[in-house]
Design a protein around this ligand. Structure first.
Ligand code: AMP
Length: 397
């Protein structure tokens, strides 16, 4: 993989596509800085190697041109703190003034560009726009794994304007090698654990994983579509009736491929979608009318834990229940703990996708798994078997 350790940055301006699409509160304070922290090793490497850095990112989804609510200028004070130096800010990501600021950068300087998505050309993958961005740097680095599944101007199209000088940052490199380790060369048994709300979000994921895994564990809201497909009674649990044929196809494919498909056998039901609801443990296919399953039950936790502990490669995406409610979080917590335990015994574990990352953080286990991905959408597309344009563009350059 083309990485930044093989490049001499002395007196070079590195144009880095980062993913600084961080959540901000009403006063523009960053409420979760994970993505910025993840990009620091790459930025610091260039600064300490005698180069200067130009940072470009998107923030939110601005609809029509510039909008202060989505301005990256709000990030400047925080960046100055973590980079321990002044950060210059360009009020437009392209144009004469910005080019001038970039040309004056000295080794060790940092310039942050305004939101790329203030120009609609960014998401359209416009070549002229990409070319204008390319004028700003001598070398291009993509460290924005969270945007790697987009064929945007700054993530993929721009690469052609940096012949021989388009590289992966450390974060991108770690993300891709972690995914390759799991999806291309897994040690067996390989177990994937899928949860979360909907089957519809994960059809392709399920399909592709059935070609690769030894065990596929299904939990979360999506389990009820499977249970209904098998003729179970699911009360008023979350279900996608139109996906019952899809669930049956997956059950059939698992059989054909010799994949062990594990569907919960018991569940914690509630009489309302509420943490304070009355709850009961019951067989997962015998849920009474008006009751809904909000977590996996103790028998299921035991069965899933045994499979996880016997695995050598583990992939986890999606909570096992409504873990935001304390009373329905036990399944997710126990599975997170089982993954941590398996990792301590030598398994390789990759956790990714918004809510499973939130869960692993909630139980303070992020250091106890092998890798936590920063890119939910990009990770899922990779697991679906799709090419990531941000990765392919550099690999093929
Ligand atoms: P996703 O974004 O698809 O990973 O879904 C995550 C969401 O699924 C979380 O907010 C969970 O509360 C929700 N979820 C998990 N299990 C259930 C369930 N049994 N019923 C309803 N929602 C669920």
């Amino acid at each position: 993989m083309k990485n930044i350790d093989q490049f001499n940055f002395k007196n070079k301006r590195a144009l880095i596509r980062v993913d600084f699409n961080v959540p901000l509160d009403d006063d523009f304070n960053i409420t979760d800085d994970t993505r910025i922290l993840a990009a620091l090793p790459t930025i610091n490497k260039i600064l300490t190697s005698g180069g200067s850095v130009i940072l470009m990112s998107h923030l939110g989804r601005p609809k029509e041109g510039p909008d202060d609510k989505y301005s990256l200028r709000h990030l400047v004070p925080y960046l100055e703190k973590v980079l321990k130096r002044p950060v210059q800010f360009a009020t437009d990501c392209i144009g004469k003034e910005t080019e001038e600021m970039a040309s004056k950068l000295q080794p060790g300087d940092v310039l942050l560009l305004e939101n790329l998505r203030f120009h609609k050309e960014e998401t359209k993958g416009d070549e002229t726009f990409a070319k204008k961005l390319a004028l700003l740097g001598d070398v291009y680095i993509n460290d924005a794994f969270g945007s790697a599944h987009r064929a945007h101007a700054s993530t993929a199209v721009i690469v052609k304007y940096f012949p021989g000088a388009a590289l992966f940052g450390y974060l991108m490199q770690d993300e891709v090698s972690s995914l390759e380790k799991v999806m291309k060369n897994p040690q067996r048994p390989f177990t994937a654990i899928l949860g979360g709300a909907k089957v519809s979000d994960k059809i392709e994921v399920i399909n592709n994983l059935l070609d690769k895994v030894d065990n596929l564990i299904i939990g979360g809201g999506m389990m009820f579509t499977f249970i209904k497909a098998m003729g179970g009674k699911i009360g008023s649990s979350l279900v996608e009736d139109d996906l019952i044929p899809t669930a049956l196809d997956a059950i059939e494919k698992a059989k054909q491929k010799g994949v062990k498909l594990l569907i919960p056998t018991d569940t914690i039901i509630a009489d309302a979608f509420d943490n304070a609801a009355t709850k009961r443990t019951i067989k997962a296919d015998m849920i009474p009318e008006k009751w809904m399953g909000l977590d996996i039950g103790p028998e299921t936790i035991e069965a899933f834990t045994a499979i996880i502990l016997a695995s050598k490669t583990i992939l986890w995406n999606g909570p096992m229940g409504v873990f935001e409610f304390e009373n329905f979080a036990k399944g997710t917590e126990c599975i997170a703990k089982a993954i941590a335990k398996a990792t301590a015994s030598g398994a390789y574990s990759l956790v990714g996708g918004g809510d499973s990352v939130a869960a692993i953080n909630k139980y303070h286990l992020s250091n106890k798994v092998s890798y936590v991905s920063t890119g939910g959408g990009a990770m899922l597309e990779y697991i679906e078997g799709k090419d990531l344009p941000g990765v392919t563009a550099i690999l093929e350059s």
